[in-house]
Design a protein around this ligand. Structure first.
Ligand SMILES: *Cc1c(COP(=O)(O)O)cnc(C)c1O
Length: 314
């Protein structure tokens, strides 16, 4: 398979730990992979994608790096921190949606002195057009990273994560992660197909996009980049709707999962992604989806920045 250049931004491999108390409560063998500890800013899954995306930006001589998301985007904040570290200037053009005051990720952006602009639009196409307008006006070479870093190149970050799990020498029957823009889940599912035989990957959907189409499409594009000769089918991944009242709106189940992880294990999830994803794992355990003797790995994708801004309604 083809290897792609990447820059070093984080600290890898991230640890895998057993959740002893939660395993006892749920009656299943549950482990956590600490991608909330990826080693730049407050950590999170976007760092693995950015190692590939920003290597591409560097190679293409970019001086400005654009990305987008909602006001509390973990991805945008991590892109800003990572671009700065590599000597490129980040400009975030965000949807005017969510908490726009200097809280959570916006506080972090402001501490980094990042150029943040809000656009009152529901359509990312408007934002990508604005990036081109601003980029061309600057006269400098620029690079655009899509929402969540979820294109084929970004997806490679989680193919690599699957290989990392294999190299950590443990087998898991199930891997469970949040699915927001799709790259993490698609990379993990493709990576499992390539490196983790016998592991079933379930994506917990925290938004309402058509992930049954997005997931296999990204898997195919990433496989094509790698030159991997695999056929992707609906059998290669599982999805579960955990969005609740809406994207970035806290759900009761999600909040209960955030509390459980905090009280039992001293680990903090977030209400937008990881809390809802872990609520999906709890539901699967209660439904008997994990057979006796099976092991389950929960991918902690981060989200600490948002925890201090998103209203949990309690
Ligand atoms: C972006 C994000 C996700 C979702 O990952 P995608 O690759 O966008 O599907 C999950 N958890 C956190 C904390 C995130 O910031």
């Amino acid at each position: 398979m083809k290897e792609f250049p990447k820059v070093s931004l984080g600290i890898f491999p991230t640890p895998i730990q057993k959740l002893h108390n939660i395993s006892r409560i749920l009656g299943a063998d549950i482990y956590i992979k600490r991608d909330d500890m990826t080693g730049i800013a407050l950590g999170g899954n976007k760092v693995r994608k950015l190692e590939y995306l920003l290597a591409d930006a560097k190679e293409k001589g970019a001086e400005i790096v654009f990305t987008t998301g909602g006001a509390q985007s973990n991805h945008a904040m991590l892109t800003a921190a990572s671009a700065r570290k590599l000597g490129m200037e980040p400009i975030l053009i965000l949807k005017k949606r969510g908490v726009t005051e200097k809280k959570g990720n916006q506080l972090l952006n402001s501490l980094m002195g990042v150029d943040v602009r809000f656009m009152d639009t529901g359509d990312y196409a408007d934002i990508y057009a604005e990036m081109d307008r601003v980029g061309e006006a600057s006269g400098k070479p620029y690079y655009k990273i899509p929402c969540g870093g979820s294109n084929a190149l970004g997806t490679l970050g989680y193919v690599e994560c699957a290989r990392e799990i294999r190299d950590q020498g443990m087998h898991f029957d199930h891997i469970i992660c949040a699915e927001g823009s799709g790259g993490t889940m698609a990379g993990m599912a493709l990576g499992a197909k390539l490196f983790l035989p016998g592991t079933r990957v379930t994506g917990m959907m925290v938004d309402t996009d058509p992930f049954d189409e997005i997931t296999p499409a990204l898997m195919r594009e990433a496989a094509a980049l790698l030159g991997a000769d695999v056929e992707i089918t609906q059998e290669d991944f599982a999805l579960r709707d955990m969005c609740g009242p809406g994207y970035a709106i806290a759900s009761e189940e999600g909040n209960a999962a955030v509390s459980m992880m905090a009280r039992e294990e001293g680990i903090f999830l977030d209400p937008v992604y990881t809390g809802k994803a872990f609520a999906g794992l709890i539901a699967m355990a209660k439904e008997g989806a994990f057979k006796p003797g099976e092991t389950v790995l929960f991918l902690h994708t981060g989200g600490a920045g948002g925890l201090f801004a998103i209203d949990m309604n309690d």
